[in-house]
Design a protein around this ligand. Structure first.
Ligand code: ATP
Length: 207
């Protein structure tokens, strides 16, 4: 089921709430009020109540939200409930760090395959994942991998994106600092770390 009416801004905040709820559940809390969740995440309780109102009423006055129920529901909305396998393309410094990062699992993501063009990298194992020849990208569909992570140099990003799309990938996390063009049905999120850093000094005290 798709929840068409939920605004993008709310969808953007749902993973934040999910992280808070998962943390709270780990601590053994069965219920959490919007006020406590807001405190935990340093966000506005009013915003939380408004966001949750888009997909039904999960709170009981005086008791709060049923943590597990809300976790299940948010996972369902974000379509995280079945887990997702991702393919990483480009195992350089950045790609290698992404492979090493163990924070994807919390949301049910697994980097299940890695690809590179450099002959000396192909066949090597990194963090339990064997680096395959990028020529093998076409096998992604039959392996149930629907997500791609691009960490190749900018000149190769567009071509890799097209190959990922041909292999059946419909979601791309792009770490190359370049815009990539894909068909409308494919969602691309570009993360440009250097660009984020570039707007930080503006907010810092001068001197
Ligand atoms: P990084 O940019 O991640 O810090 P780096 O400086 O080690 O890594 P880059 O030149 O940026 O290397 O390339 C990143 C990785 O992408 C390298 O491992 C490189 O072999 C690989 N790569 C480059 N072109 C392609 C391509 N067309 N297909 C797959 N992998 C590629």
């Amino acid at each position: 089921m798709r929840y068409h009416k939920i605004p993008d801004e709310t969808i953007r905040r749902l993973p934040v709430y999910l992280r808070g709820l998962l943390f709270s559940s780990e601590k053994g809390r069965k219920n959490i009020s919007s006020l406590d969740l807001a405190k935990l995440l340093a966000v506005n309780p009013w915003q939380i109540r408004k966001d949750f109102s888009y997909f039904g009423d999960f709170g009981t006055p005086g008791v709060g939200y049923d943590t597990e129920k809300l976790i299940r529901h948010i996972k369902k909305i974000l379509r995280l409930d079945g887990g997702h396998k991702a393919a990483l393309v480009g195992v350089g410094n950045l790609g290698g760090a992404l492979l090493a990062y163990d924070g994807f699992g919390v949301f049910g993501f697994e980097i299940a395959a890695a690809f590179d063009i450099a002959p000396h990298k192909i066949g090597q194992k990194m963090h339990e994942v064997e680096i395959e020849d990028v020529e093998r990208l076409a096998t992604l569909g039959e392996r149930g991998i629907g997500l791609g992570i691009i960490a190749v140099p900018r000149a190769a990003a567009q071509e890799i994106a097209e190959e990922l799309v041909s292999a059946g990938v419909t979601g791309i996390l792009n770490f190359s600092p370049v815009h990539i063009d894909v068909p409308k049905k494919v969602k691309v999120i570009t993360i440009d770390i250097a660009m984020d850093l570039a707007r930080l000094p503006y907010y810092m005290p001068a001197g």
